[in-house]
Design a protein around this ligand. Structure first.
Ligand code: NAD
Ligand code: LMR
Length: 328
């Protein structure tokens, strides 16, 4: 089988270190698809990246067909078919993710252009670096050669967190929880919606009758989980973030499991009255050929509508804060 070229930025960082071995070992593209890893780091971090390269070699995965390490974006994205944009500053205690906008936005302008010039025209891109929805908007605005549908931001960690909370609450396996939708921004305004979700095939609200828990603490826990991890670890999530990036890309390339949804931050084409272009979390079903269908026919209830409106408003504010960095 032809190897797939996979670019990862920030590959020697905390998420990168957890992510690249799993990609090398087949966690995203399967046990039969060789991968060539194209790893990007800042120049002063190239020595650490060399250590990562040695460790990858020492894993000796049968799926690893090559490793290239570089501090040049065009080299990292050269003919890349799958791109993980991880390299960016993480927030610290007391910060919101959007406080990183001006620090990180420039990275995504430069890398969007480099992807446009160097990557395969059918590259699929996931933006992990925060604030990921708006960074994705910036990068794609500089990459007219790459179709809008090939750009995405990661809200999958929120979907996984929400499923885990529901499974814990009901003492059911996580695999019983389906159709967990994350609407809007990967931020404290996101709306993790159980309206259409099921546990063991039954509506969540029929299984979890504790309305206060569902409407208040469940939503708050998911919205604030990133902060809780920073408070506990002194550093932002890394293992679970890498795992979510793997889930996101695996389902995008290989398909959403039957009867479930993949929540993805995708560029709006006007769906659910979200202003066109904003990168907004929505439930999708990935077909297994690198395309997805947005679930378009849902009607949010009176509880969910204002929550969705609030998170979309925040996405508009973030876009307005980076207008000077957007391409045409
Ligand atoms: P980290 O500081 O440990 O690693 C980031 C790495 O990126 C560093 O090694 C740094 O040298 C590198 N880097 C910085 N600028 C770069 C550039 N222009 N090109 C290439 N590499 C560059 O941080 P981390 O914990 O790995 O987190 C990375 C980002 O992911 C942060 O912005 C964080 O907030 C975000 N994040 C997002 C989610 C999500 O769910 N979307 C979850 C967790 C973390
Ligand atoms: C997370 O959700 O864990 C990440 O976005 C990191 C953060 O800043 O919260």
């Amino acid at each position: 089988m032809e190897p797939i070229r996979v670019a990862v930025t920030g590959a020697a960082g905390a998420i990168g270190y957890a992510l690249v071995p799993r990609i090398a070992c087949g966690a995203v593209f399967g046990p039969d698809r060789p991968v060539i890893l194209q790893l990007l780091e800042l120049t002063p971090v190239l020595s650490a990246l060399e250590g990562v390269r040695m460790e990858l070699e020492d894993c000796a995965p049968s799926t690893l067909a090559g490793i290239e390490c570089t501090d040049k974006a065009e080299e990292a994205f050269d003919r890349a078919q799958a791109i993980f944009l991880v390299g960016a500053k993480p927030r610290g205690k007391g910060q919101e993710r959007k406080d990183l906008i001006r620090d990180n936005a420039g990275i995504f302008k430069v890398q969007g252009k480099a992807i446009n010039d160097a990557a395969s025209r059918d590259a699929r891109v996931i933006v992990v670096g925060n604030p990921c929805n708006t960074n994705c908007l910036i990068a794609m605005s500089h990459a007219p050669n790459i179709p809008a549908a090939n750009w995405s931001a990661m809200v999958r960690l929120d979907q996984n967190r929400a499923k885990a909370q529901l499974a814990n609450k009901t003492s059911r396996p996580v695999s019983d929880v389906k159709k967990m939708a994350i609407w809007g921004n990967h931020s404290a305004t996101q709306y993790p919606s159980v309206q259409h979700a099921t546990i063991g095939g039954r509506a969540v609200r029929d299984v979890v009758t504790d309305k206060e828990w569902l409407d208040e603490s469940f939503i708050k826990t998911v919205q604030q989980r990133g902060k809780a991890i920073i408070d506990a670890r002194g550093a932002s999530s890394a293992t679970s973030a890498a795992n979510a990036a793997i889930d996101h890309m695996r389902e995008w390339f290989l398909g959403t499991p039957n009867g479930d949804w993949s929540s993805i931050g995708v560029p709006s084409d006007g769906f659910y009255d979200v202003p066109e272009g904003l990168v907004c979390g929505v439930p999708t079903v990935c077909r297994g050929d690198g395309t997805y269908d947005i679930i378009r026919d849902l009607e949010l209830d009176d509880f969910g509508r204002p929550l969705f409106a609030k998170t979309v408003k925040e996405l508009e504010e973030e876009r307005d804060a980076v207008r000077d960095l957007l391409g045409s």
